[in-house]
Design a protein around this ligand. Structure first.
Ligand SMILES: Nc1ncnc2c1ncn2[C@@H]1O[C@H](COP(=O)(O)OP(=O)(O)OP(=O)(O)O)[C@@H](O)[C@H]1O
Length: 380
């Protein structure tokens, strides 16, 4: 899935309003209905595959000195389909790190079941667990490379620990360096690499032992926006090339927009919202929807005294016209488009428009827009 961001302000002085809706491509804006749900599967539709990662009612209680308890995970359930990139977002203390530690069995959950690639991680012996952990590659905020070793030696390190013979190690390292775009930097030391290159080495090291799952904990938090974009592109490319299932823990919605197929919002140790990214965004009543594609600000100059602001959501799919219809409808209602934000999410463009109308006409306008199948509400 590829995403790009385009934010624009409509020139409020111009009439009729000119809206630059889409990046290059034969797309037009279509109007979204108030509630878009995933269509019911057709009778002969193939059954969805077993999840690659499945957590069922997972609880993790930390007992503090003095007897107090912290419920870090409190009945968390989550399924991640094979081959998807699944974002996990949540505020500080929501339980994201605890989730990572439980997934990799660095912590045992107090209760619940965790399956990765069909294996019940909570019932493995120590030896089986070591094997199972090799199926999960980890990428962290900082690559934490060994400074005294070259790039190639850093990538080879987990293979050496796993007892992989030297010749095979060398071949794998070459393949990994090629995969992450550092074929000519195998002999460089970490001090000779940029932050983005170090993270590439971290990704190569995580993939060297051929995992089926890549677990990324804030992989771009320490990087500038351009490097972030290239690292997220790399994560998507390696997912495509190797058929990996990827979990990305992040606090950055731009990461979710750019690379995730699905997203879950963690709060107080449980998943409170989530689903396919496009479905989540189209459900404008959800918090995640507004976090992933935020409501546009309305410049003071675009709002006359006595105006109300309506929040309107539109979706665009290739070949579905509606931009002109929407704009003429807003004009007919005596309104104006004050500002808007468009994001590409999967095959759709999701737009949020702030429409100004005389306050006395606000509820009439909302009713008219909704009758035309447009998601609209008065901004509080
Ligand atoms: N080892 C521990 N002992 C006691 N409490 C813990 C321990 N680890 C985490 N907690 C508590 O569990 C809750 C969840 O913490 P966790 O670190 O998983 O959250 P988080 O979402 O990763 O936060 P952040 O984004 O700030 O890293 C918090 O209340 C935290 O204080």
């Amino acid at each position: 899935m590829q995403s790009s961001r385009e934010t624009w302000l409509v020139d409020v002085a111009a009439t009729p309003v000119a809206v630059r809706v889409l990046p290059p491509g034969p797309m037009e804006v279509a109007v979204s209905g108030p509630a878009v749900s995933t269509p019911a599967p057709e009778e002969d539709a193939p059954a969805s595959p077993d999840p690659m990662i499945s957590l069922k009612d997972v609880r993790k209680v930390y007992r503090l000195r003095g007897g107090a308890q912290v419920r870090a995970l409190d009945g968390l359930s989550l399924d991640v389909a094979p081959g998807t990139i699944h974002g996990i977002v949540g505020t500080s203390g929501a339980g994201k790190s605890t989730l990572v530690r439980c997934l990799t069995s660095l912590e045992r959950p107090t209760q619940g079941r965790i399956r990765v690639a069909g294996q019940d991680m909570t019932s493995l012996s120590a030896r089986q667990l070591r094997e199972a952990r090799r199926r999960i590659g980890m990428v962290f905020q900082h690559a934490n490379l060994l400074d005294q070793r070259t790039t190639a030696q850093n990538i080879a390190y987990p293979l050496a620990l796993a007892g992989v013979p030297r010749g095979q190690r060398r071949q794998t390292v070459e393949r990994m360096l090629e995969l992450v775009g550092l074929a000519d930097r195998g002999a460089s030391y970490p001090a000779q690499l940029s932050g983005g290159q170090k993270q590439r080495v971290g990704i190569a090291r995580a993939l060297a032992d051929d995992p089926s799952v890549l677990l990324c904990d804030e992989p771009t938090s320490a990087l500038d926006p351009e490097t972030t974009r290239s690292i997220l592109d790399l994560i998507r490319d390696v997912r495509d090339a190797l058929g990996l299932t990827v979990i990305i823990i992040t606090h950055e919605m731009s990461v979710v927009r750019q690379v995730c197929d699905a997203v879950s919002l963690l709060e107080a140790g449980r998943v409170v919202e989530g689903g396919r990214l496009e479905d989540v965004v189209l459900d404008t009543s959800s918090r995640l929807s507004r976090e992933v594609v935020p409501l546009p600000a309305v410049p003071e100059a675009a709002r006359s005294q006595g105006d109300a602001v309506l929040d309107v959501c539109v979706t665009a799919h290739p070949g579905e016209p509606a931009a002109v219809a929407l704009m003429s409808m807003v004009a007919e209602l005596g309104g104006d488009i004050a500002s808007g934000v468009f994001e590409t999410v999967g095959a759709a463009q999701i737009g949020r428009l702030a429409v100004t109308v005389p306050a006395t006409q606000a509820s009439r306008c909302v009713t008219a827009l909704r009758q035309a199948g447009i998601t609209a509400e008065v901004r509080a």
